[in-house]
Every structure is written in structure tokens, then in C-alpha cells.
Design a protein around this ligand. Structure first.
Ligand SMILES: Cc1cc2nc3c(=O)[nH]c(=O)nc-3n(C[C@H](O)[C@H](O)[C@H](O)COP(=O)(O)OP(=O)(O)OC[C@H]3O[C@@H](n4cnc5c(N)ncnc54)[C@H](O)[C@@H]3O)c2cc1C
Length: 408
């Protein structure tokens, strides 16, 4: 009987593990990939769905089209894992396994603030991007009907100045000041107010400090109000309470508050008797195996992989994609009774969009900014999209936007 490999999560870690395991283990294993969604989401371009630069279909690809027919895909929600019985419980039944790969990613972290959870817009999945797009369009519509309310309706607060927050706020800036103002000409231009709020005193994206300085200048040039050293204390339906350093809290009106200030690992396995790091990620060894359960691997955002410099690797797509083929090799080694392979992370660089056809790129041991960085960043994204159809249509959408045709 061939070995049963069950992979939980069809994101960067899970999908690429399924593809690598199929290539490597082919006829020797039955591979089952489980996800609650039937698409793979290329989240690094999610901000472009909010502005309709890209359509959902460009970054959310049907898994059936990406997977070879020998890999079984099951769309269902995983409810738990019994590591001793080697069984995954799902909404549609149990899946026994010989080898398990846990790649369930992360979820937004509201740090226990219920008002934030209730009123802020998370920015993690495709439905989040679509909901934010509709909401902001509605705000413009309401502002157009009653321009006196426009400043309150259109003050938009993005919380968290990591790479995601910077990309989102600059994309929103271009969209709101361009296509949305053209669509709603009654709205006074000066009513559009974008704030980027960050608890730390600096922009958080892990890039070269020179590039981060450039990012800060770009925000200033665009009139994006970067409030560093400021925490969100409370969010209401149309206001946000902020605290700058040790100063008194202030409440300001805000038609929209987006939460891009933190993630935590998917909590599905949190009650199992295995080791977790302080952030709640599953501790794995150098072969991605969970302590005491060598046949169970974890990777991507949910796993804490040891890193000599930072303690453990950051939760990024780059890490998950590089771990995937190693997971397949480790399973292959266990099947053949060999010593399992070990994972070594290679940082390939970073691309951060800053709107206006400009980006910051750190790659190949050098750093770029402006239009060349934008072009290089676009090329890297195109190379990473999982199928050729995507690449052609996405490149076409970007070309149209650069020429000012049909965006927004
Ligand atoms: C807006 C945004 C922009 C980003 N930009 C970048 C970037 O530019 N560069 C970069 O390196 N990283 C970026 N990241 C981070 C990157 O997306 C993650 O690090 C990466 O997706 C982690 O891969 P993963 O496989 O661990 O999890 P994911 O890719 O999130 O996959 C997890 C999968 O598990 C599924 N799932 C979860 N729970 C269940 C359940 N109970 N049952 C069934 N299925 C379930 C989900 O549907 C999902 O498909 C970005 C993230 C976001 C949100």
C-alpha cells in the first residue's frame, strides 16, 4: 500500500509541498491536500484587488487548475488533529495519514481588543480585500451625497506600518486620489485623509534602513499622515481612539480603520501536547518535524523554525515556499529509511510597492527604488505566480494601468 500523505492548508506552504511531493514521490504516495477554500491566494498582491488594479481571479487561482490529477484535493475545514492516532478531523469526516504536513498559516491578531475585532477591517484574505473595496466606495458615495460629511467619512486609518501596511496605504492613496475622485466629482479632494499608525517609532518592514528612509519620505510627499509611536486604543463604528507615546488619548473621526498590525499562528493545534514558541507557533526541528512526532511536519507561518540570528524565521511566503520541497524530501527520506534532509533558509530579497509606479526593492545583494525597482518587483511577482495564464493577464492589467486605461 502506498503511504498516505495529508497536507493541511493549500497556501504557499501546503500547495508547494503537494506539488513537490507529487514530483518526488509520485506513485509511492497518495497525496491529499485539504483547504477550506478551493483556491490558492497569492497574498503579496492582495492590496491591488482593493483598488481593482487586479481582479480576484488574477491572484486567487482554482486549485483544480494548479494540481496534477493524481493529487486529491478536498475542500473542507479541518477541525483538529490527533497526532497519536494519526488522524485529521474535518467537517466532512476523518482523514487517516502516515505523514502529515501542517501548513495552516496565520490569522489576524487583535491582541484581545474586542472593539478592534468588531469595527476594524482585517486585511488577510480575499473576502477582506473585497469588503474593504466596497466599504470605501460606499464612503465616497455617501461623501458625494453630503460633501459636508466628507472629511469624517474619508479619513482612513491603516494600522501597522509593516510591508503590508505601507503597500496598502500607498495603493489606497493612488486609488482614492485618482479613480475614486474621478468617479465622485462632488467629493472635495482635500477631504481624503490617509493615516498610517504604528506603535513603534519606525516603519516596520524588514528592509535596508536607507530604503525605509526613502519609504518615509515618499509617504510625506504623498501627504500620507504617518503617526509613528502611536497605538490604537479603541475603534468605534466611525471613530478611533489613539495614544501617542505617553500623551493623553485622543479620539478622531474615521470612516474606515484597517487592521494590518499583527498576525498570530492558526490556533487549530494550540491544545495539543506539543511545543510552541512564545508567539504560539509550533516548534519544529531542522527537518521541519514536530517534536516527538517525526511523521508530522509543520511549515510556513504556523511553524517556528530555528534561526540563529532572529530566534526563528519570520512568517513570510518566501520561507514557506522554500520549506515546501524540503518537506517533500524529508517524507521521501523517511519512506526510504534515510536520514531526513535539513532546511536552510536563503533570503532572496524584498519588494515593497509604494504607489505611483514606484517600489522599493532589495534583491541580489543590492537595493533599488523608483521605477526600476517597480519593474524588477513586477518581474519577481510574475515569476512567482503559479501558472502561465496568470502571468500573462496580470502583466496585461499592469500595462493597462501604467497607460492609464480602464483602472479603478
Ligand atoms: C496582504 C498580505 C501581503 C503579504 N505580502 C507578502 C510578501 O510580499 N512577501 C512575503 O514573503 N510574504 C507576504 N505575506 C505573507 C505570506 O502571505 C504568508 O507568510 C504565507 O502565505 C504563509 O504561507 P502558509 O502556507 O504558512 O499560509 P497560507 O498561505 O496563509 O495558507 C494557509 C492555508 O490554510 C487554509 N486554512 C486555514 N485554516 C484552515 C482550516 N481550519 N481548514 C482548512 N483550511 C484552512 C487557508 O485557507 C489557507 O489556504 C503577505 C501576507 C498578506 C496577508
Amino acid at each position: 500500500m502506498s503511504a498516505r500523505i495529508v497536507i493541511l492548508g493549500a497556501g504557499f506552504g501546503g500547495l508547494y509541498t503537494a506539488l513537490a511531493a507529487h514530483r518526488r514521490l509520485g506513485g509511492r504516495a497518495e497525496i491529499t491536500l485539504i483547504d477550506r477554500n478551493d483556491y490558492f491566494l497569492y497574498s503579496p498582491l492582495l492590496h491591488q484587488v482593493v483598488s481593482a488594479t487586479l481582479q480576484p481571479r488574477h491572484i486567487a487561482r482554482p486549485l483544480d487548475r494548479l494540481l496534477p490529477k493524481e493529487v486529491r484535493f478536498v475542500r473542507t475545514t479541518a477541525l483538529g488533529v490527533d497526532l497519536d492516532q494519526r488522524m485529521v478531523e474535518t467537517e466532512t469526516g476523518a482523514f487517516p495519514y502516515d505523514f502529515l504536513v501542517v501548513a495552516l498559516g496565520s490569522v489576524p491578531n487583535f491582541y484581545g481588543m474586542t472593539s478592534v475585532q468588531e469595527h476594524a477591517f482585517p486585511f488577510k484574505g480575499l473576502p477582506d480585500a473585497l469588503r474593504l473595496r466596497s466599504h470605501l466606495t460606499d464612503q465616497f458615495r455617501a461623501a458625494s451625497d453630503d460633501p459636508r460629511r466628507a472629511p469624517d467619512l474619508l479619513r482612513t486609518v491603516i494600522t501597522g506600518a509593516g510591508c503590508t501596511g505601507i503597500e496598502l496605504v500607498t495603493e489606497l492613496h493612488d486609488w482614492m486620489n485618482g479613480p475614486l475622485l474621478r468617479q465622485f466629482p462632488q467629493v472635495p479632494r482635500e477631504a481624503v485623509h490617509l493615516m498610517l499608525v504604528e506603535a513603534l517609532e519606525y516603519l516596520l518592514c524588514p528592509m535596508d534602513p536607507v530604503l525605509m528612509k526613502r519609504a518615509a519620505q515618499e509617504l510625506l510627499t504623498r501627504n500620507i499622515d504617518a503617526q509613528l509611536g502611536t497605538t490604537v486604543r479603541d475603534v468605534g463604528p466611525d471613530a478611533v481612539r489613539l495614544r501617542h507615546g505617553n500623551e493623553e488619548e485622543v479620539e478622531i473621526s474615521a470612516g474606515t480603520v484597517v487592521w494590518a498590525a499583527g498576525i498570530k499562528p492558526n490556533p487549530l493545534l494550540k491544545d495539543l501536547p506539543i511545543e510552541f514558541d512564545l508567539r504560539g507557533r509550533i516548534v519544529v526541528n531542522e527537518s521541519l518535524q514536530i517534536t516527538r512526532y517525526p511523521e508530522a511536519l509543520a511549515l510556513g507561518d504556523i511553524a517556528a523554525f530555528p534561526d540563529p540570528e532572529r530566534g526563528s524565521l519570520a512568517p513570510t511566503a518566501q520561507v514557506a515556499v522554500q520549506q515546501a520541497p524540503v518537506a517533500a524530501r524529508v517524507i521521501g527520506a523517511m519512506l526510504e529509511g534515510r536520514e531526513p534532509d535539513t532546511f536552510r533558509y536563503k533570503r532572496l530579497g524584498e519588494v515593497v510597492d509604494i504607489g505611483h509606479g514606484s517600489a522599493l526593492t532589495e534583491a541580489f545583494g543590492t537595493r533599488f527604488s523608483g521605477a526600476p525597482a517597480w519593474l524588477l518587483g513586477r518581474t519577481i511577482h510574475l515569476a512567482k505566480l503559479p501558472d502561465w495564464g496568470d502571468r500573462a493577464t496580470v502583466a496585461w492589467e499592469w500595462a493597462k494601468r501604467s497607460l492609464g486605461v480602464g483602472a479603478g
